[in-house]
Write a protein that binds this ligand. Structure first.
Ligand code: SAM
Ligand code: SF4
Length: 346
């Protein structure tokens, strides 16, 4: 079953620059910025990048460290309190530990987390935690080394597993594991993934695959809805118990009877969470992307490189946030055909 986005309120408000937290025209406060540090990656996951023809941006088109820290400072001034570093693979960004330290030291930033494939966490978890990183989400789609190699097009599961253990030992908790469920690849294994929560205080989250640029056909063949995944889990473990989550969390969270950890379902296709959206994205090339799946962006990089002062940048950010689209149209069959997940920052 595919769900529809809840209809927007009928009369959006008029734009006026606000003194504090930036809100959109529907009254949603934006407090959460997801930052893509690079569009490059050391994996090539089948649901994220096409096998061939992936083009990466020249390095001088990416934001510099100083530009990134400046945007973070302005976002904090505009009411953002939470940052997530993503990509591409954020851990391959040069000087990642120093960047984390500078971002976490920004007044107003309360929480700094990262989504990573975990490959480099074995050596980076400790320094990142020391620099102020609060927690990590690690993507892992299967516990079978051969399947892992196929789904990531060459990745080594043993190294990612070491990364998960290193993150746990470094206190980057609560650890969340992201699993994109794909028909015929790892859908029969969701029970094994969920069983990790029996003895570990982790959250294993099952994601529906989205049709972004380069993976539209993979989505069409591979989509498994959260409903189906949940049915599989309940057939194995019995009824799951609902767990309350903070507002703005895109996951619906449950517990297997007797488990220490939890399982979550992220369902952008079958149950969009647009009504509660509190996030915008910063692409690696410096565009403030207002919705993951809509093309409207504010070009902060070009404004900065043209000499815009902080007041002008803040005004453009607030005006962009004001026009944030109400929601995406995945349920109606719309898809993103310009940028891929690794370019936008998933
Ligand atoms: N490289 C890091 C990683 O894999 O965790 C961060 C970037 S990745 C784009 C962020 C998240 O997006 C990952 O959890 C990944 O599984 C998810 N993702 C990538 N492509 C997706 C797609 N087409 N549909 C749903 N989730 C996707
Ligand atoms: Fe790389 Fe993450 Fe995309 Fe996989 S999902 S190719 S690890 S950016």
């Amino acid at each position: 079953m595919v769900g529809a986005v809840m209809a927007p309120p009928s009369s959006p408000l008029r734009f006026e620059p606000q003194p504090r937290a930036a809100r959109d025209a529907f009254g949603r406060a934006m407090t959460y910025l997801r930052i893509s540090l690079t569009d490059r990656c050391n994996f090539r996951c089948v649901y994220c990048m096409p096998a061939l023809g992936m083009k990466f941006q020249p390095r001088d088109e990416l934001l510099t460290d100083d530009e990134l820290v400046r945007v973070v400072r302005l976002c904090a001034k505009t009411g953002f309190t939470k940052l997530r570093l993503t990509g591409g693979e954020p851990t391959i960004r040069p000087r990642i530990v120093e960047l984390v330290r500078a971002m976490k030291a920004t007044p107003g930033i309360e929480e700094l987390s990262m989504t990573t494939n975990g490959l480099l966490l074995n050596r980076l978890a400790d320094p990142l935690a020391g620099a102020g990183l609060d927690r990590v989400n690690i993507s892992i789609d299967t516990l079978d080394p051969d399947k892992f190699k196929l789904m990531t097009r060459g990745g080594r599961l043993d190294l990612v597993w070491q990364g998960i253990e290193a993150a746990d030992a470094a206190g980057l908790r609560p650890i969340k594991l992201n699993t994109v469920v794909m028909r015929g690849q790892n859908d029969a294994e969701v029970g094994e993934m969920a069983a990790l929560t029996l003895a570990n205080a982790w959250q294993v989250r099952f994601l529906e695959i989205m049709p972004l640029e380069g993976v539209g056909a993979v989505h069409d063949e591979g989509l498994v809805t959260s409903e189906e995944t949940q049915e599989r889990l309940e057939a194995r473990f019995g009824p799951l118990t609902p767990v309350e989550v903070p507002p703005g969390d895109p996951a619906r969270v449950w517990r297997i009877p007797g488990a220490v950890g939890t399982v979550g379902f992220i369902s952008p296709v079958s149950a969009p969470f647009c009504a509660a959206c509190n996030r915008v994205r910063l692409t690696a090339d410096g565009k403030l992307r207002l919705c993951l799946l809509r093309p409207d962006e504010v070009d902060l990089r070009d404004l900065m490189r043209a000499g815009a002062d902080d007041a002008a940048l803040e005004l453009q950010m607030r005006a962009g946030i004001w026009r944030k689209p109400w929601g995406h149209g995945l349920a109606e069959g719309e898809r993103e055909t310009v940028r891929g997940m690794s370019q936008i920052g998933g």
